[in-house]
Design a protein around this ligand. Structure first.
Ligand code: S3P
Length: 175
């Protein structure tokens, strides 16, 4: 059995959909952002502010490594930048079936709200760049990497429940 891992941009709905998938598969749901926050004892925005992005990425990598190597099969939602790391992709290739949840920038803008909890959208120079532009740039940079996931789920026309259904439809691949 393999882990089921949800990949994609901030705001696409990885956690909401992941919870539904976990319920359906009767597996634990794990969110790498939440585990990093618990380990560090502070929100991601503060980790970025106090220690910088590189430190956050290291914590994220170690968190993901631990889950995929040590735990029974889970449904794991990873932070939007995690899959960009070749080391994370290598770890997941061995241990997981990965799903890229895809949505248009216009939809992401609506779903992220103010973006206030997401430092990549608000801190430093990014604070001056309009949210939509920042998301568009990130998506353009990341899309070629996200599409290396095993499967792509186009979420645009789907409710969270329908997206979860689409993922569990691949059950024979990861069970
Ligand atoms: C990030 C996405 C966030 C979080 C951090 C960086 C990114 O997670 O890991 O703010 O680089 O896209 P979500 O995708 O769960 O919002």
């Amino acid at each position: 059995m393999k882990h089921v891992v949800l990949v994609g941009m901030m705001g696409v709905g990885k956690s909401t959909i992941g919870r539904l998938v976990a319920e359906k598969l009767q597996r634990p749901f794990v969110d790498s952002d939440v585990l990093v926050e618990q380990a560090e004892g502070k929100p991601i925005s503060e980790i970025f502010a106090d220690r910088g992005e590189a430190y956050f990425r290291q914590c994220e990598l170690e968190t993901i490594r631990k889950i995929v190597n040590d735990s029974a099969p889970v449904v794991l939602s990873i932070g939007g930048g995690a899959f960009i790391s070749p080391v994370v992709r290598f770890l997941l290739k061995e241990t997981a079936t990965t799903f890229y949840l895809q949505a248009k920038v216009e939809t992401l803008v609506q779903r992220v709200g103010s973006g206030a909890t997401r430092p990549l959208l608000t801190q430093g120079a990014n604070g001056q760049v309009p949210l939509e532009e920042r998301l568009r740039t990130l998506l353009q940079e990341r899309e070629p990497i996200y599409t290396q996931a095993n499967y792509i789920i186009e979420t645009e026309e789907l409710t969270a429940a329908q997206a979860a259904e689409a993922i569990t439809g691949y059950r024979s691949v990861f069970v």
